[in-house]
Design a binder for this molecule. Sequence first.
Ligand code: G4F
Length: 330
Amino acid sequence: MDCQGRVALITGVHGQDGTYLAELLLAKGYQVHGLAPYLRYGLPMDPRVQFHPCDLSDGSNLHEVLELSRPSEVYHLGAQSHVKLSFEMPVHTVDVTGLGTLRLLEAVRQFRDRSGQDIRFYQASSSEMFGKIAESPQTETTPFHPRSPYACAKVYAHWQTINYRESYNLFACCGILFNHESPRRGEAFVTRKITRAATRIKLGLQHELRLGNIDARRDWGFAGDYVEAMWLMLQQSRPADYVIASGHQHSVREFLDEVFGHLDLDWQRHVVIDPAFYRPAEVDTLLGDASKARRELGWQPRVGLKELARLMVESDLILARQEAAAAAVR
Ligand code: G4F
C-alpha cells in the first residue's frame, strides 16, 4: 500500500511500541509526529519524527499539536503503563491513562469537526482488562474484571473510545494487546528485568535477581509484530476491536528457564523471591485468542517465545559487555 505523504501522530512515541511503530510508518512513507511529556525521555527516537512535548495529564496544547500536525491517523499509546506502579500512584495513573485518553479523543473529535479532516484513531487497550479471567482463552467478547488502577483506567479508556465511535461516528479501533516484549522493553517489566539481570550475572556484574510472583502466566509476543496489527486495524473499511496475542502461554518460571538456559546458568542459584515485588491483587493467568485479527486483518505473529528470549538476551549481552568494559577501565 502506498502511504507516501500520509501523516500519523503517535502518543507515547518514546516508548517500546512508539519507536517500533514510528519506524514501521516511516518505512511506509508516512510523515510521523510524536507526542510525549519530555524531549529527552525514554528511548532514542528516529530524527525524522517531529516531536511535540505534551503531557496527557494536562492536554492544554493538544488542539495546537493537532492543528500543527494535521494527522489522518492517531495512534494513542501514551500511558502510565506499569501495573505495580499504578497501585503506588493510582490517581496519576488514572489521570494519564484514563482521562488522558478522553482528553485526546475530545481534541481529535473537535479537530475533525473543525477541519473536515478524515481522521482515524487507535486505542492501546490491554489484556490486563480481563484481570480475574472469566474464561480462557480471552477474546473480544470476554467480560472485563480489572485488578489494578492501571487496568481500571484502561477499561475506562476502552469504553470511551467505543463511545466516541458510536456517538460521533469516529473511526476508532481498540487493540486489546497481550504482553509484548523486545530488547526495547523497559527494565521494570519482568521479561526485560530477567534478561538484563541474567546477562549481568553471566558477566559477573551482579549475583542476585529479586522477583515477585514467578508462577504468573502470560501470553508473550514480540512488540515489532504487534505494532503491525495497530496499523492494519486503521486500514480496514470499518472500525472494530481486536485481540492481539500469540495464543501461547508461559509462566515467569518458564521464561527464567529459557533465558538462564540460553546462558548456561541455573536461575535457582540466583533468583530470590521478594514480597516487595508482589502486587496487592495479581492477574494470575492470561491467554489470548487472536482468531478475529488473523481472519479480518490477515495478521499473525512471527516471533515465538524462544526467539524473543534469544533476541533480548543477545541485545542485553552487548549492554552487559559494555558495562564490564567500562568497569575495567575505571
Ligand atoms: O512484566 P509485567 O510487569 O507485565 P504486566 O503486569 O503483565 O503488564 C504488562 O502487560 C500488559 C498487557 O497485558 C500491559 F497492559 C501493561 O502495560 C504491561 O506492559 O509483569 C508480568 C507478570 C506479573 O504477573 C507480575 O506479578 O510478572 C510478574 N512478576 C514477578 N516478578 C513481576 C516480577 N513483574 C515485574 N514487573 N517485576 C517483578 O519483579
